[in-house]
Design a protein around this ligand. Structure first.
Ligand code: FAD
Length: 456
């Protein structure tokens, strides 16, 4: 029998890779992990966690404004360098925890860029290691549009490390990363323009959610340009930027301090040696896998963003655990990608699970829709003109709630609880039989009564 150095070699110490390594080691497998940058990966180092810390920072502005109506007198100033230094300290602490987690699981960590030499051999810094199984968990990287002056723009990677807060920011892209960073810069005092090619921000989300968030952003003072293209970026002598955007054929020049591309991410497979080892890759560079995350080469699996399925941390973690259990736990586990809840940490935030109204209308013969909009109680004293949206999408025949959506304070926290009910397949009647918690925004999900048919 062939002797391998390891039972499992994981390439990438991000959300999916670290979980797979730890679970596999827990089953007694000999595990190695390669990491080209910092253990923790995108989510911990330059994604979910630092982003959420910046979102908290940005929301203090509205909290401080609202505090006056509650009797508080405040005289607040903001320091970007303090925020970034404190955020960096926390991220370094988390990185250390990830190192410790791998070490205490008994996995070897190799720091360096790994390439695949053949299906059982991984190379890092000119040293080769063999493994019975290889797991590709290399994540993704930001896409940079190829336009003149693209080199002057930042992506989310660099946004976390800016030396100072830009005063005038153009965000290019209307996906969740774009609206989240728009909210961060706007909340911290910048003038924010969001330029998006499509008809409405947050493509893929429920249409009511998209329109509601758009209107709230505009009400807060964002300059949201839809069906708008960025053509060029120039750097001026004083270090500022000039960007030319085009809406309905009409060009306009914007004076800016920063342009941020939030134009999507692509799987990080370039130069990895996958194709040479026989691993099939799709046109976007994603590893093609089956429901067990197995690639076209039976001993090579891939999880997380590199497979371009549902690019979220909890999904990568689940996929990683499923692979480890399938390979070493004696039990095949397939990943279920249905009813994965999503959050957008915009201001106000979005929480969503299950089908949008449009998706449900395609999937079912008839669909009932329930919506409510209201001003959050907290804003009644301060007079803040922000409204919350809650929405349920129900299959008319079975009365099962197949989608739940919310835009408003605490929406991501609330939707996590609602997601259990949607995943469990509960009916509208069972939602209605649940007694409300009062006074909350979440109670709207169990008191919705005004029904309309889905728009087709
Ligand atoms: P990653 O976490 O990206 O890890 C891949 C690792 O592989 C990296 O550390 C990389 O350095 C390493 N690597 C790559 N190539 C090699 C190589 N050849 N050799 C060795 N190592 C290599 N998700 C959420 O659920 N909630 C959020 O709020 C959220 N916010 C986000 C905000 C931003 C700005 C971004 C960019 C992403 C966000 N995400 C969020 C998505 C989330 O970060 C990813 O879905 C998740 O990190 C994917 O995990 P992964 O294991 O697939 O890859």
């Amino acid at each position: 029998m062939t002797q391998f150095d390891y039972d499992l070699f994981v390439i990438g110490a991000g959300s999916g890779g670290v979980r797979a390594a730890r679970v596999a080691a827990g089953f007694g497998a000999r595990v190695a992990v390669a990491e080209a940058d910092r253990p923790g990966g995108t989510c911990v180092i330059r994604g979910c966690v630092p982003k959420k810390l910046l979102v908290y920072a940005a929301h203090f502005r509205e909290d401080l404004d609202d505090a006056a109506a509650y009797g508080w007198t405040t005289d607040a100033t903001f320091s970007w360098p303090t925020l970034i230094a404190n955020k960096d300290r926390e991220i370094a602490r988390l990185e250390d925890i990830y190192r410790t987690l791998l070490k205490s699981a008994g996995a070897s960590l190799y720091e360096g860029r790994a390439t695949l030499v053949d299906p059982h051999t991984v190379e890092i810094a000119a040293r080769r290691y063999t493994a019975r199984h290889v797991l590709v968990a290399t994540g993704g990287r930001p896409v940079r549009p190829e336009i003149p002056g693209a080199e002057f723009a930042i992506t989310s990677d660099e946004a976390f490390q800016l030396a100072e807060l830009p005063r005038r920011v153009l965000i290019v892209g209307g996906g969740y990363v774009g609206v989240e960073f728009g909210g961060i810069f706007h909340g911290l005092g910048a003038e924010v323009t969001i330029a998006y090619r499509g008809e409405q921000i947050l493509r893929g989300f429920d249409d009511d959610v998209r329109h509601h968030l758009h209107d709230e952003l505009v009400r807060k003072g964002f300059d949201v340009r839809l069906q708008c293209d960025l053509r060029t970026i120039e750097r001026r002598g004083d270090g500022s930027l000039a960007a030319t955007i085009v809406t309905a054929g009409a060009p306009q020049q914007l004076e800016l301090d920063a342009v941020m591309f939030a134009t999507g991410r692509q799987p990080d497979t370039a130069g990895l040696g996958l194709e040479a080892s026989g691993v099939r890759i799709d046109a976007n560079g994603a590893v093609i896998v089956d429901e067990y995350s197995r690639s076209s080469v039976p001993n090579i699996h891939a999880v997380g963003d590199v497979t371009n399925r549902v690019a979220l941390t909890p999904v990568a973690i689940r996929e990683g655990a499923a692979v480890a259990t399938t390979l070493f736990g004696g039990r095949p586990v397939a990943m279920d990608h249905r009813d994965v809840p999503h959050a957008v940490f915009s201001q106000p935030p979005v929480g969503t699970v299950g089908l949008s109204e449009a998706e449900a209308s395609t999937a079912y013969a008839a669909v009932d829709v329930y919506t409510a909009t209201f001003r959050p109680l907290k804003y009644t004293l301060s007079g803040r003109n922000e409204r919350t949206l809650v929405k349920l999408v129900v299959d008319a025949a079975s009365q099962r709630v197949v989608g739940a959506h919310m835009v408003g304070p605490d929406a991501p926290e609330i939707i996590q609880g609602i997601a259990i009910a949607v995943k469990a397949g509960l009916t509208k009647e069972q939602f209605d039989a649940t007694v409300a918690v009062h006074p909350t925004a979440a109670e709207e999900f169990v008191t919705l009564r005004d029904k309309r048919a889905a728009r087709r």
